[in-house]
Structures are given as C-alpha cells and as structure tokens.
Design a protein around this ligand. Structure first.
Ligand SMILES: CC(C)(COP(=O)(O)OP(=O)(O)OC[C@H]1O[C@@H](n2cnc3c(N)ncnc32)[C@H](O)[C@@H]1OP(=O)(O)O)[C@@H](O)C(=O)NCCC(=O)NCCS
Length: 351
C-alpha cells in the first residue's frame, strides 16, 4: 500500500504540509525554510534526511521519520556511524498498520546506521524501541543555582530546606576560557582523542552544529587546567521576561575535567546574571558532576528547573531516550544531541 523512501527535493512541499497538518500546526519547519534545511537537507546527496511513507494509489504522504546523522555536521564522520531520529509520525487513519515500524525498518536496513538513537522519546514509543532490542532510559538534569539571588522568576523553589546542598570543590588551577572556531581547531585535539564513550564527536561537528547555527548563539568554553585544555563545554543562554538561564548542551572530554570548577560556574552565573546553570545528560560521571558543584534534580525535590523557553513553561521536564547500542557499551547523551536544542519559534536571531 505504501512506498517507503527518502524524501526528494520535489517532496518538500508535501512533507512540510504533512508536518503542519499532522505533527504540529505552524511548526518551525513550516515557518522557517532555513531551519528545516539546516537540520534535514543533505547537500551531498541532494535529498532530505526524512523517510516518507507514500500511499501508492494517491501519492499522498501517510507517515514520516526524520533523522539527523552525526555526519550532518562533519562530512568526514562516516554517515553510518550514528543517526538520531527526530519527528516520527503516521497519520491517524494509518496508525496501527505497521507503517511506523516500516519507516523505522527502512532507516535500519537501507540507511544502515551502526547506531540509532532518539532523545525525547514519547512514552508509547519506548515499548516499541524495547521490542527492537534498543536500550531506553531517562536523562538526568543537573543544576547550579546562582547563590547571589534569592528571588527567582524562572526557577520555582517550593521549600528551600528540601533543596539538597551542593558539594563541589574549587581548583585554583582550573579556568573556563571562552573559545572560538580557531581555538576549537587548534587547541582541543587531546579532548577529542580521549573520547571513550559513544558517539565520538569532532572539532568540525562542534563548529558546524553550534558556532555556525543559523539562529541560536552558542558560547563554547575550554576547561583549562594550568596550560592544558582538558575539556570543552558548549552553552546557550535562554531567557524569559528578562531572566536568564545558562544551559550546558554539550561536553567533550573525560568527565573528571569538570571537577573543581565551582568558582568558575559561580563567576559565570554572576557575570551573566543568570538564575541557574543546567545540564541534561546521560553517561557523565555523577561524582565528577557533584565535584563540579552540580546537584541532580530528583523526582520528589521541591524545585522546578525549567526546560522549555519557547514558549516559557515553568515545569520540570523528563527527557527519555533510546539507543541501539548493546548493553555494556558506554555512551553519552546531551541536550544538544538530536533535535532537542532546536528553535521552536520563528526568529532571525535569538540570544
Ligand atoms: C509512533 C507512531 C509513528 C507509530 O506508527 P504506527 O504506524 O502506528 O506504527 P505500527 O503500526 O508499526 O505500530 C504501532 C504500535 O504502537 C502501539 N500503539 C499504541 N497506541 C496506538 C494507537 N493509538 N494506534 C495504533 N497503535 C498504537 C501498538 O502497540 C502497536 O504495536 P502492535 O501492532 O504490536 O500492537 C505513531 O503511533 C504516531 O504517529 N504516534 C504519535 C506521534 C509519536 O508519538 N511519535 C513518536 C515521537 S518520539
């Protein structure tokens, strides 16, 4: 009944219309060609990284599965190394007839990534991933509050006595140094070489994914330990009604590079006048995050550390993921992976 294939340039209008009608009205892909192409157009193949299910009789799109290869931001990374799945949707009338699973099978069998992952999986799909043998889990959200502020407008603290104390340390030899494209190319080789956890990222990946983002402004910091660069932190400031939050969206390097950075985070919070720093991740050592001054938000904690800013939504948000790696292989997931840190509203520049 359905032909399953990659979307061609000529499918673009129908694909966007499907997203508008079935996924979300006025989605950013509907209102911004720039963001859609930036995330899904493969300039090398001239196709979209979107698998579509087209009804043979009518040629109408009935289902879509978008994906983002790690190689999308660095063509020297093999295309097959990792693909993150993004929008996965079949229209109501087609549901439950295996079209969704056929789209996913096409990704597995025709695109053939070594590893497939989703960040931000909906509850109903977790069982479908588990049935395919994928691992599923939930990102942890870590945060540091600005200790110089007592009245928060983004964060909600219901009971200060029930907020765990942070227990980080400060190493006078460690600094966070703002970094630009040249610094990433020239001064970070050992951080990338030391990557053990999957997926291995590259300097070009960080530059294209973050520093050359068409809309968002990301700030990258090198973790300097005396004269050595031991880690790379990618951040973005989110704001609402004049209040700011610093979001850590990526991190490269061994997790112990984060230990002892308490004073540096506090300085960053003070100098940007932000309410908090947060860091959603999976696979970064909890002891090193705590030694950096981070506190992990737990389910019953009396605090809200918002995730959504476009529009702002004062609520804790749990982010579930799946990954097709075999158990036992270490991996990292951060908020900058997949489409989690993507503009949700149309704007030419968002700082
Ligand atoms: C997820 C989705 C793409 C799957 O597409 P699909 O064409 O229904 O998929 P399949 O027919 O291959 O499998 C459906 C399975 O989902 C389950 N399911 C849950 N709710 C369902 C529903 N309302 N209708 C049909 N199946 C449903 C069934 O267990 C079914 O498995 P089964 O055939 O073994 O019983 C589709 O359900 C959808 O568009 N959901 C809403 C959007 C969404 O949550 N996307 C994922 C974002 S991470």
């Amino acid at each position: 009944m359905h032909e399953i294939r990659l979307a061609q340039k000529s499918d673009r209008a129908a694909l966007i219309q499907f997203i508008d009608q079935h996924w979300k009205k006025n989605h950013i892909f509907v209102t911004s060609d720039e963001i859609f192409d930036w995330q899904h157009f493969d300039r090398i193949s001239g196709k979209y990284n979107f698998i579509i299910g087209v009804e043979r009789a009518t040629q109408a799109i009935h289902g879509v599965l978008g994906f983002i290869p790690l190689a999308h931001f660095d063509s020297e990374i093999p295309f097959e190394r990792l693909c993150w799945m993004a929008i996965w949707m079949t229209q109501d009338a087609a549901r439950g007839h295996k079209l969704g699973r056929r789209l996913l099978s096409y990704l597995e069998e025709s695109v053939k990534p070594d590893v497939i992952s989703t960040v931000g999986a909906s509850e109903m799909t977790l069982a479908m991933y588990q049935a395919r043998g994928y691992q599923t889990g939930r990102l942890s959200q870590y945060y540091i509050l600005n200790s110089e502020q007592s009245n928060f407008s983004l964060i909600a603290v219901k009971d200060t006595k029930r907020i765990p104390d942070k227990a980080g340390t400060s190493d006078a030899n460690k600094r966070l140094q703002p970094a630009f494209e040249n610094d990433i190319i020239a001064d970070t080789e050992n951080c990338f070489r030391a990557q053990i956890d999957f997926p291995p990222k590259s300097p070009r990946y960080l530059i294209n994914r973050y520093l050359r983002h068409p809309v968002y402004h990301y700030q990258i910091y090198l973790i300097r330990d005396r004269s050595e660069t031991t880690g790379i932190v990618v951040t973005r400031i989110c704001s609402h009604a004049g209040a700011k939050a610093i979001r850590i969206v990526d991190f490269i390097g061994p997790s112990d590079a984060l230990s002892g950075l308490c004073d540096e985070w506090n300085y960053l919070l003070k100098s940007t006048n932000a309410e908090y720093i947060d860091f959603y991740n999976q696979g970064i050592d909890d002891n090193h995050l705590r030694a950096s001054g981070f506190v992990r938000r737990e389910m019953g904690d009396a605090i809200i550390v918002p995730n959504y800013f476009e529009p702002f939504f004062k609520a804790n948000v749990e982010i579930d993921y799946c990954i097709s790696l075999p158990p036992g292989q270490a991996y990292r997931i951060v908020k900058g992976d997949s489409d989690q840190d993507r503009p949700a509203q149309n704007a030419t520049s968002m700082f």
